[in-house]
Ligand binder design. Structure first.
Ligand SMILES: Cc1ncc(COP(=O)(O)O)c(C=O)c1O
Length: 456
């Protein structure tokens, strides 16, 4: 058996992991104590169980964050390249959003009724993303769930199609994977009693013939995909692949949902606008209201007409779509302010320049150390992958993930004041990220590589 992983000796990974774990424990006594105290009423001491999955011996508790900086409860300062894994992609607490919070605070936060911001938001969304019709949800998960439900109602078809390795939030229908050509449940699912494999086709990303064969069965209501996979590491589409997906959907009367919750990093109109896509549904959440929980989903006039017919057919009753907090007054205010004042062309110009600088810097570190690694990027989102060639699909991407090696790098960076997204090696740059922040992260990654390679 090989004694190295992605060019790094296993023994060095283990030694680094051990040393960095000890250092993390030393640096974070207050986080450790809060984690212990919280265990009295929260399993594992966290308000969401996946918060223990960061690879740290206990969760890091945060004191505050502004712009591209975050401070933990022990007073350690971080240059934040995780940015809430997109929720804070425009920086922590952008000034226009702070103004909204202050102003709306005294006027009620949630009414279960629309406000005067709605027509303005509709116009802003249509201008920016090109789709004429919109709805607002509380999370991208909800937006995806609702859009898929409508897709089935409109087409009368039972299934969806996803790409292997996808993630679209906690949307039941999408929790399927491909193994040896068979659709299976995503490993680890809890409480699964219905058979999700009967409701979904799964094919590999960048495999147009497989997609076409699945759609030829005529039972797919909707293909849901990110334009580049970003949740199993980063998998970029081959030239023309997404356009091919769109054409195959058109030919077979299948609807297409483009989920831009992460790829909104591409630019002000997302990947969709940059590449001239014309999906039936378009979803974006997380950062769309500057960090206030909110998501939006857009659709065509034809879909709106299909919705009307589906509602008439269904008759009175519950549509299966709801959540009373959706489109609350605060979220609408923040959404409008974010679209008008935060998510600007100028903000993106800066974010993209910083991310290009970061990607170039990491590429130079990789080359300088002759590591079999690479960097992929989608606008302000960049990732270094500990594998020699960019994966073309979810199966290949899964093989490029090396838990212990990545955990060692993450801990090394955290212990020296840098946060990147957990679970893989993804970075985001925001309008407040400086060239100095970027160069400091590159230097720290170089130092981590030096440490891991020591003695090689
Ligand atoms: C592509 C994509 N869609 C949807 C979601 C779900 O977003 P939320 O957690 O806001 O429901 C995520 C979360 O990471 C995502 O990456």
């Amino acid at each position: 058996m090989s004694s190295s992983i992605a060019g790094i000796e296993k023994a060095r990974i283990e030694a680094c992991l051990k040393a960095e774990t000890a250092r993390f424990i030393d640096r974070n006594p207050r986080s450790r104590q809060l984690g212990q105290e919280a265990k009295a009423h929260f399993p594992d001491g966290v308000p969401m169980h996946w918060m223990t999955d960061w690879g740290t011996p206990f969760p890091l508790f945060v004191a505050e964050a502004t712009g591209a900086r975050l401070t933990d409860v022990d007073g350690n300062a971080y240059r934040d390249f995780c940015l809430g894994d997109t929720g804070s992609m425009f920086g922590h607490s952008p000034a226009p959003i702070m103004e909204v919070l202050a102003r709306q605070g005294g006027h009620g936060l949630t009414y279960m009724l629309p406000t005067e911001d709605v027509p303005v938001i509709g116009r802003l969304l249509a201008e920016r993303f090109g789709l004429p019709q919109w709805q607002v949800a509380a999370t991208a998960t909800d937006a995806n769930r609702f859009a898929l439900r409508w897709a089935r109602a409109i087409t009368g078809r039972p299934k969806i199609l996803v790409f292997n390795g996808c993630y679209h939030g906690t949307v039941d229908e999408t929790f399927v994977r491909l193994r040896d050509g068979r659709v299976i449940h995503r490993p680890g699912l809890l409480g699964q009693v219905t058979d999700l494999t009967t409701g979904a086709h799964v094919v590999e990303f960048n495999d147009l013939p497989a997609l076409e064969a699945a759609l030829a069965e005529g039972d797919v209501a909707c293909v849901i995909t990110e334009p580049a996979l970003t949740n199993i590491g980063m998998v970029l589409p081959d030239e023309g692949f997404i356009e091919g997906v769109q054409a195959a959907c058109r030919r077979t009367g299948t609807l297409l949902l483009i989920d831009e919750t992460h790829t909104i990093s591409t630019g002000p109109g997302g990947w969709t606008r940059k590449h001239g896509l014309s999906p039936d549904f378009f979803v974006v959440g997380k950062a769309i209201a500057g960090g206030v929980p909110c998501a939006v989903w857009g659709f065509t006039d034809a879909i709106a007409a299909g919705m009307k017919i589906a509602r008439e057919k269904a008759g009175p009753g519950h549509s299966g779509m709801g959540t009373t907090l959706s489109a609350n007054a605060l979220a609408l205010r923040a959404l409008r302010a974010n679209l008008e004042q935060v998510m600007t062309d100028a903000a993106y110009d800066h974010m993209l320049a910083m991310s290009d600088r970061l990607a170039a810097g990491i590429r130079a570190v990789i080359a300088g150390n002759s590591l079999p690694w690479h960097v992929s990027a989608v606008g302000a989102r960049a990732e270094f992958v500990c594998g020699p060639v960019p994966p073309r699909n979810g199966a290949e991407a899964a093989v490029s993930m090396h838990g212990d090696l990545e955990a060692a790098i993450h801990l090394y960076l955290m212990n020296r004041g840098f946060l990147i997204a957990p679970f893989h090696n993804m970075t985001l740059t925001c309008p407040a990220t400086t060239a100095e922040d970027v160069d400091a992260l590159v230097a720290c990654i170089a130092a981590a590589c030096g440490d891991l390679l020591a003695g090689a």
